[in-house]
Design a protein around this ligand. Sequence first.
Ligand SMILES: NC(=O)C1=CN([C@@H]2O[C@H](COP(=O)(O)OP(=O)(O)OC[C@H]3O[C@@H](n4cnc5c(N)ncnc54)[C@H](OP(=O)(O)O)[C@@H]3O)[C@@H](O)[C@H]2O)C=CC1
Ligand SMILES: Cc1cn([C@H]2C[C@H](O)[C@@H](COP(=O)(O)OP(=O)(O)O[C@H]3O[C@@H](C)C(=O)[C@@H](O)[C@H]3O)O2)c(=O)[nH]c1=O
Ligand SMILES: [Mg+2]
Length: 291
Amino acid sequence: MRLAVTGKQGQVVTALIERGAVHGVDILALGRPELDLADRASVLDALTGAKPDAIVSAAAYTAVDKAESEPAQAFAVNCDGAGAVAEAAVALGVPVLHLSTDYVFDGTSPEPYLESDLVGPTSVYGRSKLAGEMRLASIAPNHAILRTAWVYSPFGANFVKTMLRLAETRDSVSVVADQQGTPTSALDIADAVIAIARQMIDSDEAELRGVFHLTGTGSASWADFAEAIFAGLAEKTGKQVTVNRITTADYPTPARRPAYSRLSNEKLARLYGVRLPDWRDSTKLVLDRLL
Ligand SMILES: NC(=O)C1=CN([C@@H]2O[C@H](COP(=O)(O)OP(=O)(O)OC[C@H]3O[C@@H](n4cnc5c(N)ncnc54)[C@H](OP(=O)(O)O)[C@@H]3O)[C@@H](O)[C@H]2O)C=CC1
Ligand SMILES: Cc1cn([C@H]2C[C@H](O)[C@@H](COP(=O)(O)OP(=O)(O)O[C@H]3O[C@@H](C)C(=O)[C@@H](O)[C@H]3O)O2)c(=O)[nH]c1=O
Ligand SMILES: [Mg+2]
């Protein structure tokens, strides 16, 4: 199986390169300059030239706070770029797996969001990713939109690496305790994407197309996530860092983030037989590699 993946240094694309080697899957990472999501022709040329069995659309504008002041760039990449990827998938006649986010939801649900629940993004980033979902789905019916959340890994930039960096110069860090979600390892996402792609290539079943939630098992606030990270740090290095649990109001940011964005993963488990590990176990594995 040969997967063309958009992006080059991102968390998910890097995890796919590593896990692809383990699974004996050909991963072709296509990113700037040969594939620029803001340049439609480069997307079509690079992807059709790769002749993959499926396309994994992982690249995106992911700077949540910066997007608030750069909406045009965020939409050019996350919406128009997704449309160009969808056109390439249709031209090739192959399935496209598109990564999206929990930030398409408004955060008011009292329980884990279903794929069929109403969306209501509260940030430019969330709105641009939702627009990308809709643009891609309208162009390429043969798609699986995979909404994940709170992605971390040994690669690129993520919350785990931010916390470990802060721990180098502090013995306490203030982290919001009133935003609930589920941390998700890019390595687990990569394993799931490979399993999903294989099934989409092997079966034209309509129920394998559409939107699926794909996050770790369990839930946490960002403060809980930080506490788990520092518990691992203490265990491995003896370094003690405490979390000062604060509110969102204590930590003003340009973007508004959902207060609650836990996603139900039951549809993916039922239709694909895919379920990601508990976030605490996967976080330990990533910390083992980072420390
Ligand atoms: N990070 C997270 O917490 C979450 C991410 N997601 C989604 O998962 C996907 C992967 O996220 P993640 O791996 O963390 O992303 P990263 O932020 O780690 O990397 C983003 C990737 O997108 C690429 N990219 C950005 N702009 C362009 C462009 N104009 N043309 C081509 N490539 C571009 C970057 O390429 P380059 O390396 O060249 O800069 C990079 O490879 C994204 O679709 C994201 O929206 C969903 C939920 C949570
Ligand atoms: C660094 C830091 C953040 N925070 C808060 C701010 C914010 O509410 C929360 C997360 O901060 P970050 O900016 O690191 O994470 P953020 O960029 O919001 O992460 C998001 O990325 C995009 C791409 C997604 O798709 C989302 O699923 C989500 O993973 O933690 C603190 O309270 N203290 C801190 O020291
Ligand atoms: Mg961020």
